[in-house]
Design a protein. Sequence first.
Lengths: 101, 221
Amino acid sequence: MGDVMTISQLLESASAAYEELVTLAEDVEDEWTYVMDLSAAWRERLEVVATERGGAPAAAPEQAAIDRAIDEVGRIGDPHRAIDWLSTFPQVVLSALGERP
Amino acid sequence: MRFQDAAKDARAVTYAAIQADPVVARAAGLLADASPTQCLLARAVMNGETLDPDGWRTMFPTLFGPGVAPSGLERSEAILAVSLAIADRGDQARNQLRGALVESLTAELLARRVGAGAVRRERRILFDRVPAEIHPYDVTVERAGAAEAYDCKWGARGIDADVLHQLDDARSNAEAEDERLRVALVVFDAERSCRVRLDRQTAPHDRTGLLTMETLGTLAG
């Protein structure tokens, strides 16, 4: 495990991975509007957590969990599965931080 | 209003075999008593790319970390194992199994409230002077004066105009016959994602219920 990150830094890493998912999901043209609306809704939820707890240090298990989740979504190559993870990934991140979806 | 078995066409025969796969009942039995986070674990694993159980344990510290009660840990381990078994079937099979799982889970939870005898699968609902829907309802509760019909989806993306019309039509047709029919969607996804999907739909759904991973337990009463 490397340096301790803050919750805010951890969420920034998660958000960068999320943007990659959004880019992949955009390939499903019929669902473009849904992809935009869905990702906006989950970004908003993550931003609330960043605002409330961003300066706090992330615990090692939280950091490991989110790193692992980022690795998982980084393996996705299918845009339809990316849409599934546009909902699932933020929930996993929030769960790792002990937050409700 | 009356209920009828769906036609035993090729689709129904194929799907019946999927529903009868033992892994579906095993997963549904475990998820019927699962917490929302345990449901999320199942959803993530069955949507996932990797099959390494340690990786998934790392991803869910609130389920597998130190300090978790043994009973909770045992259920999480069982859910992880059955979810990996489904994920390992390959894309096409797991897509089918996931759909069957949500239906089986819905039926199991409803049976706790109304008794197994009142819960049916793959049934059509017929009304006087109304052409019958081709597609059956996934799960129904067939009780005089308190019938229910459910459509089950693995994810919010499965919500579309067709299913919303089918559910609302059934409800309104029942009302026209002075019958009570509760209709609802059961979606194995977060409520936030479902609301985003529903907000984009113009099909009627203001009287259609919504059960999500956070509220599945309410099906049982």
